[in-house]
Write a protein that binds this ligand. Structure first.
Ligand code: PAF
Length: 282
């Protein structure tokens, strides 16, 4: 496995790998089993002939909360080990100065999918995600890229970005990886208090129960209200949103025959957790 820290190093490392499948997995580091599954999926897509590139970059531009950025876990040595164990060929680990010029003045705006769910409460977040992913796409020029479905809205927005900007990269969504108790793996889980860590798997339990209510035909409003009520019974928990939307448009689901998405964001103390479940009535 090779590691590139600058754009020049990345360019020269990737030069001999071009012309075959090149699969990119963008990450912000603090890698866990969830990332490992993205990397393994990338390895499978690349096959023996192709290559896998992982980027590890804590992108300051997508943080709407300085405290969240400051406390985001950083584990570069373990990240490199995990990438190696998952068969990654090249890790790109740039510094913020390498990625961004001080006087940068171009931004990326998605104006529909990012107005709801996390976008409504995290102003500028998805603009920052689109900016960094677009830059990574330009630097790596992969044939494919893999993103997790835990960040369902991010995945939908990035699919829209490559569609609307004619970026010739195939985007793949990877299933959510959970602990044995059902909690979706997240780099932020390590910051939960023991009480909140023990309570957090109830998100998954409530989503599964909501899925049954949806299949039984209960109205979306009632389903969301019930999930919110149950979550907020946990001391120190406050819901940012619980919403049932169309899985593609991320806006109100008007056609019951289309795939729906029940998405949750909740503060467990000062840690914001997100999770979701795809739902269908047929
Ligand atoms: O999902 C993430 O970890 C980040 O948003 C991403 C896609 C790596 C961009 O910084």
């Amino acid at each position: 496995m090779q590691t590139a820290y600058t754009k020049e190093e990345l360019r020269s490392t990737l030069a001999p790998l071009r012309g075959r499948r090149l699969v990119l997995v963008p990450t912000m580091g603090a890698l866990h089993e969830g990332h490992a599954s993205l990397l393994r999926q990338a390895r499978e897509l690349a096959g023996e002939e192709g290559s896998v590139v992982a980027s590890v970059f804590l992108n300051p531009v997508q943080f709407d909360n300085a405290g969240d950025l400051a406390t985001y876990p950083k584990t570069p040595a373990q990240d490199l080990e995990l990438c190696d164990a998952c068969g990654v060929d090249v890790v790109f680990m740039p510094s913020p100065d390498t990625m961004y010029c001080n006087d940068r003045s171009i931004s990326m705006e998605e104006t529909h999918l990012s107005t709801v769910l996390c976008g409504a409460s995290r102003p500028g977040h998805f603009a920052g995600v689109c900016l960094v992913v677009c830059k990574l796409f330009n630097l790596v020029q992969p044939t494919d890229a893999v993103f997790g479905k835990k960040d369902y809205q991010q995945l939908a927005i990035l699919r829209r970005m490559v569609r609307d900007l004619d970026i010739p990269i195939q985007i793949h969504g990877a299933e959510i990886v959970r602990g044995a108790d059902g909690l979706a793996l997240s780099s932020r889980n390590v910051r939960l208090t023991p009480e909140h860590r023990a309570a957090a798997p109830s998100i998954r339990r409530l989503l599964l129960a909501a899925g049954e209510s949806y299949a039984a035909g209960l109205p979306a409003g009632d389903i969301c209200a019930s999930v919110k009520r149950e979550l907020e019974l946990i001391p120190g928990v406050r819901c940012d949103y619980v919403e049932l939307v169309d899985a593609e448009t991320l806006h109100e689901s008007t056609n019951p025959h289309r795939l729906a998405l029940l998405a949750v964001a909740a503060w467990f103390g000062d840690v914001r957790l997100i999770d979701n479940i795809e739902l269908s009535r047929s």
